[in-house]
Design a protein around this ligand. Sequence first.
Ligand SMILES: Nc1ncnc2c1ncn2[C@@H]1O[C@H](COP(=O)(O)OP(=O)(O)OP(=O)(O)O)[C@@H](O)[C@H]1O
Ligand SMILES: [Mg+2]
Length: 219
Amino acid sequence: MRHRTPAERPKQDTEDLIDVRNLRVSFATRRGRIHAVNGVDLTLREGESIGLVGESGSGKSVTCRALLGLLPEHATVEADAIRFSGTDVAADREGHAGVRGGTLALVGQDPIGALNPHVTVGTQIDRVLLNQGMPPTRASERTRALLEEVGIDPRRRDAYPGEFSGGMCQRIAIALALATGARILIADEPTSSLDADTGSRVARAAAIHGGTVPRFGYT
Ligand SMILES: Nc1ncnc2c1ncn2[C@@H]1O[C@H](COP(=O)(O)OP(=O)(O)OP(=O)(O)O)[C@@H](O)[C@H]1O
Ligand SMILES: [Mg+2]
């Protein structure tokens, strides 16, 4: 994980998309309180990627779930600051949800589960775009471009998820996440269920947006 002290931080000309100071997460369990995350600092700017690396159980998933607001009730999240594009949500669970909405998208571990098996992949991506008010013609052009960007032949837009391999479904899930227009893509072990070759292709698909969509990922 990348850590920087304030003195090391380069002069800032763009706003930080994520700025987290001293993040702590603990869980109340029957055997007492478990401290899962102890004092994480991180900063993500437009166009940057961060990878979290650490041994099993070191708190990578919990850190990301805290940012996504997806931790269960028995979790206590504390921080000196959790800012999304400058808005501090550390003390405000409700506000957190609002800010998260258009900002963060998650690419999870289960590509098949992220896709609706009964709807063609093109239509699924179209719907995400149409929901944002995009006109239908532009939506289908954008869907074509997104599929191409993650390495799926856009001529297969009318195929169902079951007609693609696991790695292809994972790339389609990335296209779906990118279609939300989210400025930050959080990936929780998006390649761990894939073989090494397919995994690196998926990682490249996610990295295509390096210039435009910052990512906060961990494998
Ligand atoms: N819902 C929960 N309730 C109680 N403890 C939890 C919960 N979720 C995670 N933990 C604990 O928090 C710690 C960090 O877990 P986390 O899932 O973040 O690890 P990780 O770094 O993602 O590991 P891995 O590489 O195995 O995925 C672990 O000790 C785990 O048992
Ligand atoms: Mg994990």
